[in-house]
Write a protein that binds this ligand. Structure first.
Ligand code: ATP
Length: 654
C-alpha cells in the first residue's frame, strides 16, 4: 500500500471512531441524496401551485404545507437542496480553480509575483465579503449563477492566501530541494510534490467554504440578487415567507431549518476533518512512514534478520537489521538513500553514528522512529527494541514508542520548540500524553526534570518561552523533554552542532551523566569525530548510505579497517601537524542514484582493486574483537589510525 493510501486508511479508521463527525457526514449525505433524488421523491412540481390552496398548514397532502401561491413547501425544500449544493459547488469550484494555482505560484515564486498577488488579496479582503459580493453583482446584474461566480472569486482570495502560506512552508522541505536539484520543472514540483502535501488544510477550508457559500446563496437570494422570485431556492423561500409573515410564520421554518442543518453539518464535518488531520500532525508530520518488515530481504533469517558478523552486541537494547530507505527521484524511479544498514546498540551504551553530510545518518535515525516523510519508503528485516519488533507496527503503536521508550534530541533546539507555548507546558504535554499525569503532577515532574538537566531556578524557568533561552539552555529543555518518560534509548541527532564549543562540552557531559544515572542507551549522530572520541563507547561509520565500519571507538580510531574511516581520521584537525595541510579524501560522495553496485567508496579509495567493484560488498568481521567492516581488503590492509599520526607520531619521531 502506498503512503497516501495508508494515510487515507488511518484517517478513515479515525473517522469511523469519531461518532460526531460520522453523524454529521451522514447528514451531509442525506442532503446530497435529497438533492439528487428530488425529481423522484418530491410529491409536487416545486414551481407550480394553485393560489386557491395558498398558505395551507401541514397536512397529509402537503407535509410542510403550501406557500402563498399554493406551491408544496416540501417539494420546494427538496429542490432547494439542489440549488444550495450546486451554488456551493460552483462558488467553491471557482475559488479552487483560481485560488489554488495562484497560491502555489505566489508561495513558490516569491518576489514580485508574490508581492503583487498578495496586495490584490489584501485589498479584496479588506472589504467585508458580502459588501464586495453585492458591489460586484450590481455591476454584473443579478442572477443565481452570476452571483455564485462572484462569491467564488471572492472566496478564491481566502484559498489563495491559505495555499500560499502552506506552499511557503513546504518549499523549504528537503524533498522539494531534492526534486529541485534533480532538475524538475516548477509546475511538476508544484502539482506533483507540493500540492499533495498541502491538501489536508485545503480540504478542511473547502468544506467550510461550502457551508459559507450555502449561506451566501440564501442571503443573496433573500435580497433578490441570487435566485429570482419563484425559483425553488431556500433563500427565495425565506424572502417569500417574509412577504407573508403576517398570515403565516410557519413558512419561514422549513427553509430556515434546512439552511441551519446543512450549514451546521458542513461546518461540523470540516471541523471533524481538521481535528483528524491535527491529531495526525501532532503524532509526527503528515504522511510519515513507519518501517515495513521486508520479508524478501536477502539473507533474512526468520527471527532477527541477517547477523552482522563481528559487530553484533550480546543482548542488545536496539537491534537493526537490513534497514533500507528509498525516495522516488525524478527520472530515476525509486532510489535507495540508505542501504542494508545493520547495527546494535548495547544496554547503557553510547553508539556514535558518524559520516559525511548526506551519508544517511539522519534518515537512518528517523526511520527507527517512523518519521521518514512521504514519499520515503522504509523496509527492514528487523528493528527490535528490547526484543520488541518495531517493524510493521501501526502508526499509533509507534507513537507510544516514540517519546515513551525512545527519546529524541535534534540539532536546532530553539527551532524544535514551539514559540507559542512556555517550555514548561511543552515538557508537561509529553508527560500528560504518555504517562497520563495530572496538570499539577506534570508540573512538579517538569521542575524535577529541569533540575536534573541543570536548568537553574527551574520553578521560575518553566514559565519562560523558548526565545528567552540561550541555545545551550534550550538544548537542556529538549533533553529534559526527551528524557521525560525515562526512555530506554535516546536518539541524539547532532545535539551539539548548533552550540558553541564550551556549551557543547556541557551538553555532552550532561548526556553522559544521564546515561550513568538513568541507564539510557544513546544513539549519537554526528559528523564530528572529536565528539565521538570523547563520548562514544562504540562507533558506526556510514558512507553513501551504507555502514562501512563498526566497532569499539578506541580500537576503530587506533586502527581502522576501512579506508574511508582512515581518511576521516586523517582529516581530523587534532590529528595533523600544525605545519602540514589538512588532508582531505579526494573526490566527492556520489549521489544516491549514482552508487556503484560494488564498493561505494571505490572511486575515491587509494587501495581499490578490480574485485572491489565486482559486486556488492558485505559487512564482515574485521580487525579483531567485536568489529566489522565493509571492505574486501579489510584483512590485508594496514591502515593508519589516530594514535599513530599527529601528536603521538611526532613525539615518537622526536
Ligand atoms: N525527504 C527526502 N526526500 C528525498 N531525499 C531525501 C529526503 N530526506 C533525505 N533525503 C536524502 O537522503 C540522503 C541522506 O540524508 P541524511 O539527511 O540522512 O544525511 P545525513 O548523513 O544525516 O546528513 P546531514 O549530516 O547533512 O544531516 C541524502 O541524499 C538526502 O538528499
Amino acid at each position: 500500500m502506498s503512503a497516501p493510501d495508508r494515510l487515507r486508511g488511518r484517517i478513515g479508521a479515525r473517522l469511523l471512531r469519531s461518532k460526531a463527525t460520522l453523524f454529521w457526514t451522514g447528514v451531509v449525505a442525506l442532503v446530497v441524496l435529497a438533492a439528487a433524488l428530488a425529481p423522484l421523491i418530491a410529491p409536487y412540481d416545486p414551481l407550480k401551485g394553485d393560489v386557491r390552496e395558498g398558505l395551507l398548514g401541514p397536512s397529509a397532502d402537503h407535509w410542510l404545507g403550501t406557500d402563498k401561491l399554493g406551491r408544496d413547501v416540501l417539494s420546494r425544500i427538496l429542490y432547494g437542496a439542489r440549488v444550495a449544493l450546486a451554488s456551493g459547488a460552483e462558488a467553491v469550484g471557482i475559488a479552487a480553480v483560481i485560488g489554488i494555482p495562484l497560491g502555489l505560484l505566489s508561495g513558490y515564486a516569491g518576489g514580485w509575483t508574490d508581492r503583487i498577488l498578495m496586495r490584490i488579496v489584501e485589498g479584496a479582503m479588506s472589504v467585508p465579503f458580502l459588501v464586495l459580493a453585492i458591489a460586484l453583482i450590481s455591476v454584473l446584474g443579478p442572477g443565481l449563477w452570476k452571483s455564485m461566480a462572484v462569491v467564488g472569486v471572492v472566496y478564491a482570495m481566502t484559498l489563495l492566501r491559505l495555499t500560499r502560506g502552506e506552499t511557503l512552508a513546504a518549499r523549504e522541505e528537503l524533498y522539494v530541494d531534492g526534486v529541485r536539484v534533480a532538475g524538475a520543472r516548477a509546475p511538476r514540483i508544484l502539482f506533483r510534490h507540493i500540492l499533495p502535501n498541502i491538501t489536508p488544510p485545503l480540504i478542511v477550508q473547502v468544506t467550510l467554504m461550502i457551508a459559507g457559500a450555502i449561506i451566501a446563496e440564501a442571503t443573496l437570494s433573500f435580497l433578490g440578487l441570487g435566485a429570482q422570485a419563484g425559483d425553488a431556492s431556500w433563500g427565495s423561500m425565506l424572502a417569500d415567507a417574509q412577504a407573508s409573515i403576517r398570515q403565516s410564520f410557519f413558512l419561514a421554518l422549513p427553509p430556515g431549518f434546512a439552511i441551519l442543518l446543512t450549514v451546521l453539518a458542513f461546518n461540523q464535518v470540516g471541523d471533524g476533518v481538521r481535528d483528524l488531520f491535527a491529531r495526525e500532525a501532532k503524532a509526527g508530520s503528515l504522511g510519515v512512514n513507519p518501517v515495513h518488515r521486508d520479508a524478501e530481504a536477502p539473507g533474512t533469517a526468520p527471527d532477527a534478520g541477517p547477523e552482522i558478523a563481528g559487530a553484533a552486541v550480546p543482548d542488545p537494547l536496539l537491534s537493526v537489521r537490513d534497514l533500507t530507505v528509498s525516495f522516488p527521484q525524478p527520472g530515476a524511479g525509486r532510489v535507495d538513500v540508505v542501504q542494508h544498514v545493520s547495527f546494535d546498540v548495547g544496554r547503557g551504551e553510547v553508539l556514535g553514528l558518524v559520516g559525511e553530510s548526506g551519508s544517511g545518518k539522519s534518515v537512518t535515525a528517523m526511520s527507527l522512529l517512523g518519521l521518514v516523510p512521504d514519499p520515503g519508503r522504509v523496509t527492514a528485516a528487523a528493528v527490535r527494541l528490547d526484543g520488541r519488533e518495531l517493524t510493521g507496527l501501526a502508526f499509533d503503536e509507534l507513537r507510544t514508542v516514540r517519546g515513551g521508550e525512545i527519546g529524541v534530541v535534534f540539532q536546532e533546539p530553539i527551532a524544535s520548540l514551539n514559540p507559542a507555548y512556555t517550555v514548561g507546558d511543552q515538557v508537561a504535554e509529553v508527560l500528560r500524553e504518555h504517562e497520563g499525569l495530572t496538570r499539577a503532577r506534570a508540573r512538579a515532574r517538569v521542575i524535577e526534570l529541569f533540575e536534573q538537566v541543570g536548568i537553574p531556578d527551574p520553578a521560575a524557568r518553566i514559565g519562560a518561552y523558548p526565545h528567552q533561552f540561550s541555545g545551550g539552555m534550550a538544548q537542556r529543555v529538549m533533553i529534559a523533554m526527551a528524557l521525560a518518560c525515562r526512555p530506554r534509548l535516546l536518539v541524539a541527532d547532532e545535539p551539539t552542532t548548533a552550540l558553541d564549543v564550551t556549551v557543547q562540552g556541557q551538553v555532552l557531559d550532561l548526556l553522559l551523566e544521564l546515561r550513568a544515572s538513568i541507564g539510557t542507551s544513546i544513539l549519537l549522530i554526528t559528523h564530528d569525530l572529536g565528539v565521538v572520541a570523547d563520548v562514544a563507547d562504540r562507533v558506526a561509520v556510514m558512507y553513501a548510505g551504507q555502514l562501512v565500519e563498526c566497532g569499539p571507538t578506541e580500537e576503530v580510531f587506533r586502527r581502522p579497517s576501512h579506508p574511508y574511516t582512515e581518511g576521516l581520521l586523517a582529516s581530523l584537525p587534532r590529528n595533523v601537524r600544525r605545519t602540514g595541510r589538512l588532508p582531505s579524501i579526494p573526490g566527492v560522495v556520489p549521489p544516491p542514484d549514482a552508487w556503484p553496485e560494488g564498493c561505494h567508496f571505490a572511486d575515491r579509495c587509494a587501495h581499490a582493486r578490480p574485485e572491489c567493484t565486482a559486486g556488492p560488498v558485505e559487512l564482515t568481521a574485521a580487525g579483531g574483537g567485536a568489529r566489522a567492516a565493509r571492505c574486501v581488503r579489510a584483512g590485508e590492509l594496514t591502515l593508519t589510525g589516530v594514535g599513530e599520526t599527529g601528536a603521538e607520531q611526532i613525539a615518537k619521531k622526536a
